[in-house]
Design a protein around this ligand. Structure first.
Ligand SMILES: [Cu+2]
Ligand SMILES: [Zn+2]
Length: 186
C-alpha cells in the first residue's frame, strides 16, 4: 500500500519538473559594469621639502583607498596619525599648514572613535618600522570622486603627523606636528 503512494508521489514529481522549470523567473539582468575606479598618485614630502615616498589614492564616489610607501629614514619609527586635509597644498614644508584642517563637509567632531565623529579626514594610524619606512594601505568611506568627493573643489592633502591619533580628542586626536604631506590636486 505504501509503495503505491510513493510511486504516485514520484510520478507527480517527475511530471511536475518541466512545469516548475518553465515557471522559474528569468534571471535578473546583469547590472552594467561599474565605472573603473579613479587612481591618483602624489609624492610625499618631508619637512625638509625632500621627497620621502609616494601615496596612491584609488577610489570611487563611495570609497577611497590609500596606499603609502615611505622610504627608509622617511619618518621616526612607531605609530603616526594620518588624515585627509582640505587643501592640496604642501608648499610650506616646515609646518604644512597650507593644507588647512581636516576635510569636514558635515561639521563633525574629529575621531573614528568619537561619538560625534568622525570627520571626513579621519583615517587609521600607520606604523613606521625600525628603519623609518612604511608600507601601508588604509581605507575610508569618503568618496574620492563625486560632488563632495576628496578630489572636488580644492582637492586634498594627505598629511602624516608626528604622533599617533587617539581617534577621540579634539581637534586632531593629539597627533601633533605635521611631518609629511602629499598634495592631490583636483
Ligand atoms: Cu592631520
Ligand atoms: Zn579629523
Amino acid at each position: 500500500m505504501c509503495s503505491k503512494y510513493w510511486l504516485l508521489a514520484a510520478s507527480i514529481l517527475i511530471a511536475g519538473a518541466p512545469v516548475a522549470l518553465a515557471q522559474t523567473p528569468a534571471p535578473a539582468p546583469v547590472p552594467a559594469a561599474s565605472p573603473a575606479p579613479t587612481v591618483v598618485k602624489a609624492e610625499l614630502v618631508g619637512n625638509n621639502g625632500k621627497p620621502i615616498g609616494t601615496a596612491t589614492a584609488t577610489g570611487t564616489d563611495r570609497v577611497t583607498i590609500v596606499r603609502l610607501v615611505l622610504q627608509p629614514g622617511a619618518i621616526p619609527p612607531g605609530w603616526h596619525g594620518i588624515h585627509f586635509h582640505a587643501v592640496a597644498d604642501c608648499s610650506d614644508t616646515e609646518k604644512f599648514l597650507a593644507s588647512k584642517a581636516h576635510v569636514n563637509h558635515g561639521g563633525k567632531a574629529h575621531g573614528l572613535l568619537n561619538p560625534n565623529g568622525p570627520d571626513e579626514g579621519d583615517l587609521p594610524n600607520i606604523f613606521a618600522v625600525a628603519d623609518g619606512s612604511v608600507s601601508a594601505e588604509v581605507t575610508s568611506p569618503v568618496g574620492l570622486t563625486g560632488a563632495n568627493g576628496l578630489l572636488s573643489a580644492t582637492g586634498f592633502a594627505l598629511v602624516v603627523h608626528a604622533a599617533p591619533d587617539d581617534h577621540t580628542t579634539q581637534p586632531i586626536g593629539g597627533a601633533g606636528a605635521r611631518i609629511a604631506c602629499a598634495a592631490f590636486k583636483p
